[in-house]
Design a protein around this ligand. Structure first.
Ligand code: FE2
Length: 277
């Protein structure tokens, strides 16, 4: 029977001794060790403990088919980016750096042809832009037949699945790299957007004087046979919030410039470099 705080922690950790799955045992023991250390370090009061329970309850209540408040919580506490760093080191200094997937990816976006537009609406808002580049291995050799899956928000800062319960396919698509490794698509310049802020996570951000904005980006997953796939972003160098992205997803090597051409059209060049599997 525990008589001190440390005895109690030891007793709870020991309670997992008969766990059959060794990984589950390791995770539960470590979770209790760090959870207890946290409560002791901040001297958690009764009221604060209950406020924490209420926050988690409210977060659960906020979740639906189209809303995952716990992923937002994980993102805004940097846990998603940390898990990404732990599991998806780029493997080679020359390879494209990965970053978080985010909640707005759709499997099986339509395949499009080289140079096609991913804009599925009449273009009234947003700056038209061309994104092109090559898919390469770390020796600079072209990878043909790589699949480049891209998605981004519209000029209003919303993904298609935030605007409607249907997947309209607006501003998402898959492209296959050509024999010389090149890919190209037409889009609009991405804009910064706020993560959903009408739930407990938004309230948490406001209470600690943080904003809810993500720096402007295009998402990409690049896959090729024989290579490790990469889940990444392309960030706009001119965007606000590059130094304070609310989900900690920005990496310097992923920041690129939309160059204004003589006719005023924007062009962004970005090569994806993959490591052999
Ligand atoms: Fe995004």
């Amino acid at each position: 029977m525990a008589t001190t705080q440390d005895d109690l922690t030891a007793e709870v950790i020991a309670s997992f001794s008969k766990t059959q799955d060794p990984r589950l045992k390791e995770i539960m023991e470590s979770l209790v060790k760090h959870l207890h250390a946290f409560a002791k370090e901040v001297h958690l009061t009764d009221e604060e403990w209950f406020a924490g329970i209420k926050f988690l309850t409210d977060s659960g209540d906020m979740c639906s088919e189209v809303r995952q408040e716990f992923i937002l919580l994980s993102d805004t506490l940097g846990l998603s980016s940390l898990v990404d760093l732990i599991n998806h080191s780029k493997g080679n200094d020359l390879a494209t750096e990965p970053t978080i997937l985010g909640p707005f990816h759709i499997q099986n976006s339509p395949f499009m042809k080289y140079g096609d537009s991913i804009i599925q609406r009449s273009l009234t808002e947003g700056e038209p832009a061309t994104v092109r580049g090559r898919v390469l291995d770390i020796h600079g050799k072209a990878i043909a037949g790589a699949v480049v899956d891209v998605w981004q928000t519209d000029a209003n800062g919303l993904y298609d699945i935030q605007e409607s319960t249907e997947v309209s396919g607006n501003l998402r698509g898959r492209f296959t790299s050509e024999a010389d490794g090149t890919y190209e698509f037409q889009t609009i310049r991405p804009v910064p957007y706020p993560i959903p802020n009408d739930g407990p996570v938004g309230k948490m951000l406001r209470s600690v004087n943080r904003h809810e904005w993500r720096a402007a980006h295009i998402h990409a997953i690049v896959e090729a046979t024989g290579f490790r796939s990469v889940t990444t972003h392309i960030f706009d160098k001119e965007s606000k919030y590059l130094d304070s992205d609310t989900v900690f997803g920005v990496k310097g090597s992923l920041i690129k410039t939309f160059e204004k051409q003589s006719d005023g059209h924007l062009l962004l060049n970005h090569d994806f470099v993959l490591v052999q599997a």
